[in-house]
Design a binder for this molecule. Structure first.
Ligand code: SF4
Length: 235
């Protein structure tokens, strides 16, 4: 899942650009999600779910044709992206706002940092320009970094690799050789990085053990997602 941000000052066309980019990505057959950074609550005052929250519920869920969660706390971007991944397999997530995030971004104003792919004037872009922006996004955006800093891509750190990718300074040789999602270890929901060697030991040991259980309801475990949750209540 790759991530691309649309950043810029107020009223510079971020939402307009985001919708055009989302349309083009969907047109190309990708599954797309979006996340908008908001400064004010969006549960409508006076509505039933708003009243639930006002009564003190810490989490309110509106369930129906659409579902929304109202949680009265800030959830960091990486955590949100992890949650999205659990809900739906997406090819791209397009962010509106989050200007300091370390993901590739398109700027609709003068804002620029090491992750800025391009600065655009939204009033001047036509469909041809949108297509070339989306080409750039396909080529140079990237997903969540492992932060293992294993140097196999030819860069000292994952962050340096990401910056070079945004600049277009990576080749097919310089790719991330370390898959982070083969085996994931989380302690109280915090992802703990494991190097490829440790991942491989855990994976092979665990798969061997699960396979020997020969659970008839599940059948062949090949290609399946297997989860083990350990609660240590002794501490
Ligand atoms: S190969 Fe992947 S994990 Fe290793 S430093 Fe490069 S980007 Fe990071």
């Amino acid at each position: 899942m790759k991530v691309i941000g649309i950043v810029g000052t107020k009223n510079t066309g971020k939402t307009t650009l985001l919708t055009k980019i989302v349309c083009e990505l969907v047109e190309r057959g990708f599954h797309v999600g979006t996340v908008k950074h908001i400064y004010h609550g969006f549960d409508l005052e006076g509505k039933d779910t708003w009243k639930h929250g006002e009564a003190g519920a810490e989490i309110v869920v509106g369930a129906g044709d659409q579902t929304f969660f109202r949680i009265n706390k800030i959830i960091g971007l990486d955590k949100l992206l992890e949650m999205l991944e659990c809900i739906k397999k997406l090819d791209f997530v397009v962010l509106e706002g989050f200007k300091h995030s370390k993901y590739a971004k398109i700027s609709t104003s003068d804002y620029e940092d090491d992750f800025t792919l391009k600065k655009v004037n939204v009033t001047e872009i036509d469909q041809t320009a949108i297509k070339s922006i989306v080409d750039l996004i396909e080529e140079r955006s990237f997903g969540k970094l492992t932060n293992l800093n294993c140097t196999k891509c030819g860069f000292e750190t994952c962050l340096e690799f990401a910056k070079a990718r945004v600049r277009g300074a990576t080749t097919t040789e310089n790719k991330c050789f370390t898959k982070s999602d083969d085996v994931t270890l989380k302690i109280d929901n915090s992802l703990i990085p494991m190097n490829p060697f440790v991942q491989s030991i855990v994976k092979n040991t665990f798969l061997g053990m699960v396979d020997s259980l020969k659970t008839p309801e599940v059948g062949d475990i090949k290609g399946k997602k297997i989860e083990l949750l350990i609660r240590d209540d002794n501490n």
